[in-house]
Each structure stands twice: as structure tokens, then as C-alpha cells.
Design a protein around this ligand. Structure first.
Ligand code: UDP
Ligand code: MG
Length: 333
């Protein structure tokens, strides 16, 4: 029986400063995994429309590594080049689609997720019969206080809104079995928010814990805009609770308005000068109600936007086959 295959999927966007180092760490890990667990390894890089030299570096790494002669358990390198920048989640979807392994691990390119942990993940999956092994972060080093606080709050809000189904403090460092990878590839969702989706899929799941170090080199590729977009996609994907918020606010405002109405009537009847005054309270009321209405419309808009995306049903990504290496099968989703 030929050994099982482990795919390591790495989305890369402008990672020229770190990618060579990452590759050598991954090769070391592949070696260890091969020896200790009798697995072959393929490394699948997704170039997410980088504008620096990431793609040519990846092509070089692939050509070098694949050209090293055919050992029995030679690590293979594929490069999937996307036609433009589609974002981290879509790049990951492209990776899951092209990975052929019995186990598929997704990992960031910047070494914030220690590749050595892959061994532990595979062992856990094999011995415990788990289909998903999430990497759960204990500490985050070298990230801004803003990022730590917003991430902490976001995961907790999401967990509350999804009635405990969304996972806290897990990122996109995880192992999936072949059957879960197939299930994810078959999902019709246009925007994949895997952290929220995987618990929904069921299947036995487990965790490995780790402290998240700083980026090995380079800057974060998650701009504030991308973070907000991911947060909104995550929120709309796991919960419809925000839609109810408008309704709840409406009820509360109606109740308060009714009490206020009686009070105004009372004052009007008892104080002849009353109606002339009251500009501040009028302004506050108008602005407050305006804000609530705009907020509720905004919430609706987010969900409609997601429906729109789904209805358009465009592929999650396009692959530029000419600039890719070692592709097989179809070229886009
Ligand atoms: N990434 C990507 N496309 C993007 C942004 C990021 O493929 O549009 C990749 C990036 O190269 C890295 C991973 O997603 O491998 C996580 O990004 P980053 O480390 O910048 O995020 P952070 O750790 O700061 O949240
Ligand atoms: Mg990072």
C-alpha cells in the first residue's frame, strides 16, 4: 500500500520577505512527518495575486524542490497562481480544491503558525480518529493591542450570536481529513468562513494549543478593511441574530416613545408655555431614531449583499494555469 499523502496549503500574498524561510521550515517538517508517520507530503502554495516577487520565488522553490530527483518519498511542491488578489479565505478555498492529500493542513505563510505542530495535528487525527484538528491560540505575541482586543471581542460576540457554535481563538491553522475537505469543496457558499462552518459540518473535531509568535518577517497583509470585511462575512455567515436587533430596537423605542407621548400630553395640558421649548429633546429624538434606522438598514444591507453574492454565483477564484506549477485536474472552482 502506498503511503498516505499529507497536503500543506499556504496562501501567500506579498510574502517575499519570509517565503524562502517558510519553505525550508516546511521541508524539514515534511522530512520528519515522512520518517515518523510514514506519510508523503505535497506543499501547495497559493499565490493570491501578489504584486511583489512572491510568485517568481515560489516558482523557483517548486522547480528546485521538484527537480531534486525522485526519492521514494520526495516532497512535491505545487504553485497555484490566482489571477488576482481574491483574499485569504478564497485563496484557502483554492488550496483545498487543489490539494490531493488524505490530510490537508492550512497554514499561514508568515510562520506565526509553527509548522512543527503539523506533526502533532496529524498524530492526533490518526490516533484519535479526528476529522478536524484546529490550532487554538493561547497567547498572541507581537500583535497590536488593537488587534488583540478586537479579536478577543469579535470571537466572543460571534460565539454568543451563534449560540456557542462558533469557535473562539482559532484561526486558519488546521488539519482537515479528506472527507471533510471534500465536504467543504462541495459547499455551495460563495463566501467561505471556515471557522464558523466547520462546527456546523459536524465530524469528530479536536484542538492543539499553541502560543502565537510574531510574524517572522514582513508586515501583516490584513489591512483594517480586510479585517472588517472578514468580521462582517463571519457574522452574517454564522448568525441571523443582528437581523432581529432592528426588531428589538423597534419594540424598545416604541415602548419608550409611548411613555414619552403621555408625558408630553400631560405637560401640554398643564403648562401653556410648554410647546415652545423642547428643541434639544426634539433634536436628540430625531437624531437617535435616524441612527437606529440607518443602523438597521445597514444590517439588512449586509445580509442582502451576501445573498447578492450567492445569487450571482461567481467562482470563488480564477487560476492562471500558465503561471502555476504542478497543477492537476480542473483549474478553477
Ligand atoms: N493572505 C492572502 N491574501 C490576502 C491577505 C493575506 O493570501 O489578501 C495570506 C497571507 O499571505 C498569510 C495569511 O493570509 O499567509 C495571513 O495573513 P497575515 O499574516 O497578514 O494576517 P495576520 O496574521 O496579521 O492576521
Ligand atoms: Mg500573520
Amino acid at each position: 500500500m502506498s503511503p498516505q499523502l499529507l497536503s500543506i496549503v499556504i496562501p501567500c500574498y506579498n510574502e517575499e520577505e519570509v517565503i524562502t524561510l517558510t519553505h525550508s521550515r516546511l521541508l524539514e517538517v515534511s522530512e520528519t512527518v515522512g520518517q515518523r508517520l510514514d506519510l508523503s507530503v505535497e506543499i501547495v502554495y497559493i499565490d493570491d495575486g501578489s504584486s511583489d516577487s512572491t510568485l517568481s520565488l515560489l516558482q523557483g522553490l517548486a522547480d528546485n524542490t521538484n527537480g531534486r530527483g525522485a526519492g521514494a518519498r520526495q516532497t512535491k511542491v505545487r504553485v497555484v497562481c490566482l489571477s488576482r488578489n481574491f483574499g485569504h479565505q478564497s485563496a484557502m478555498a483554492a488550496g483545498l480544491f487543489h490539494a490531493q492529500g488524505d490530510y490537508v493542513v492550512t497554514i499561514d505563510a508568515d510562520l506565526q503558525d509553527p509548522p512543527e505542530l503539523i506533526l502533532e495535528m496529524v498524530e492526533k487525527a490518526q490516533k484519535g480518529g479526528f476529522d478536524v484538528v484546529h490550532g487554538r491560540r493561547l497567547q498572541r505575541e507581537g500583535e497590536s493591542a488593537f488587534k488583540k482586543v478586537t479579536a478577543f471581542l469579535f470571537y466572543r460576540v460571534l460565539r454568543t450570536l451563534s449560540s456557542g457554535k462558533s469557535l473562539t481563538d482559532v484561526g486558519d491553522f488546521r488539519l482537515l481529513s479528506r472527507r471533510v475537505t471534500n465536504a467543504v469543496n462541495a459547499l455551495p457558499e460563495r463566501s467561505l468562513y471556515l471557522r464558523g462552518l466547520l462546527p456546523e459540518l459536524g465530524f469528530p473535531q479536536s484542538f492543539v494549543l499553541y502560543d502565537r509568535p510574531e510574524r517572522a518577517a514582513g508586515e501583516t497583509k490584513y489591512t483594517l478593511r480586510k479585517m472588517v470585511a472578514l468580521a462582517l462575512e463571519g457574522l452574517t455567515a454564522v448568525s441571523t441574530a443582528p437581523l432581529r436587533l432592528g426588531l428589538s430596537l423597534g419594540f424598545v423605542t416604541a415602548a419608550v416613545s409611548l411613555i414619552y407621548l403621555f408625558w408630553i400630553l400631560f405637560r401640554e395640558l398643564t403648562d401653556p408655555n410648554f410647546a415652545v421649548r423642547g428643541w434639544p429633546s426634539l433634536m436628540v429624538t430625531v437624531l437617535f431614531l435616524g441612527a437606529i434606522q440607518l443602523f438597521s438598514i445597514g444590517v439588512l444591507g449586509e445580509y442582502i449583499g451576501q445573498i447578492h453574492k450567492q445569487v450571482r454565483n461567481r467562482p470563488r477564484f480564477f487560476v492562471d494555469a500558465n503561471r502555476s506549477r504542478g497543477l492537476s485536474g480542473e483549474n478553477n472552482s
